[in-house]
Design a protein around this ligand. Structure first.
Ligand code: GLU
Length: 288
């Protein structure tokens, strides 16, 4: 039924996923077609409310970032959030951004703190037991960040016995501990980990290459990313399990963003600035 509801969407107007407000954002100025939704669906409710709450990271340059003086977050994840909101007819200005860290993403969706999580949020079977995750809209892999002058670590096989920082509630900390015998140091955020690395308290920081490249680009004299990615992280858009119809909505929104170039523009304006290539858009998982 939800699938049918989403499939019956009619085009009605245009929203702007980019620069409604001059938020200092990096976003492309692209038109996204707003849709009308069947009454009773979560999409119709959000559209009627005219606002949406989206959880993003605030400390991951290129992915999701907001300094104390920024009005709004910037990065690939907020751009995807703006595309999603525009499809609901919701302006950038009417998005309520909520800072999320890795460990609070499921609780935020379960208790309604946010409507969507778009926060370097890998799709996993465990997470899909408690929340909805549609996508992926991007695929990256776990990698390592070390001090520029450290030649002792060039890949995950060098981590045995090393102190490696990652974030509680992430796939990264699990992988490095279970598969590579590192001694994990768990913090709430990756920026805390980068601090630990810079002051010599840990030997490496591990998480997705997309995130680590942003930190390395900010401090290229002190930090470097080493080795090949050693996991597959498929970034999905999280939503509450009570609203399964959101899956088709997200997939349709992503499909049109893939096809009309909006997705690539958003990538090039954010992660692409650090030298990453957008490549082909990923294949989307089917909704259950
Ligand atoms: N993508 C991985 C995850 O969802 C690591 C990055 C993060 O913690 O946000 O756990």
């Amino acid at each position: 039924m939800a699938v049918v509801a989403a499939g019956l969407l009619a085009l009605s107007a245009c929203g702007d996923a980019g620069n409604d407000s001059d938020d200092g954002a990096d976003g492309p100025d692209v038109e996204v077609e707003k849709q009308d939704f069947e009454a009773g669906t979560r999409m119709a409710e959000l559209q009627k409310a005219g606002k949406v709450k989206i959880g993003v990271k605030y400390d991951q340059p290129g992915v999701g970032f907001k300094s104390a003086t920024d009005d709004d977050p910037s990065g690939f994840d907020p751009e995807i959030g703006e595309i999603l909101a525009a499809k609901l007819g919701i302006d950038d200005d009417d998005i309520e951004w909520v800072e999320s860290v890795s460990a609070n993403r499921e609780p935020f969706l379960q208790n309604g703190t946010v409507d969507f999580v778009i926060a370097s949020y890998s799709i996993t079977d465990d997470r899909r037991k408690v929340v909805g995750q549609a996508g992926p809209y991007y695929v990256t892999g776990q990698s390592l960040l070390v001090a520029k002058d450290d030649d002792s670590i060039s890949g995950p096989e060098d981590l045995k016995g090393k102190k490696v920082c990652s974030v509680t509630g992430s796939t990264s900390i699990k992988t490095v501990e279970e598969e590579f015998g590192a001694t994990p140091a768990g913090f709430d955020t990756y920026s805390e980990c980068v601090q630990q690395l810079k002051n010599g308290s840990v030997d490496a920081v591990t998480t997705d290459a997309a995130i680590l490249l942003g930190y390395a680009a900010e401090d290229p004299d002190k930090l470097k990313v080493v080795g090949e990615p050693f996991s597959e992280e498929r970034y999905g858009i999280g939503y509450g399990k009570d609203y399964p119809e959101l899956c088709e909505f997200v997939n349709e929104t992503l499909t049109s963003a893939f096809e009309d170039g909006t997705w690539k523009e958003a990538f090039d304006a954010t992660l692409g600035k650090g030298g990453a290539e957008a490549g082909d858009p990923p294949a989307l998982d089917e909704c259950a």
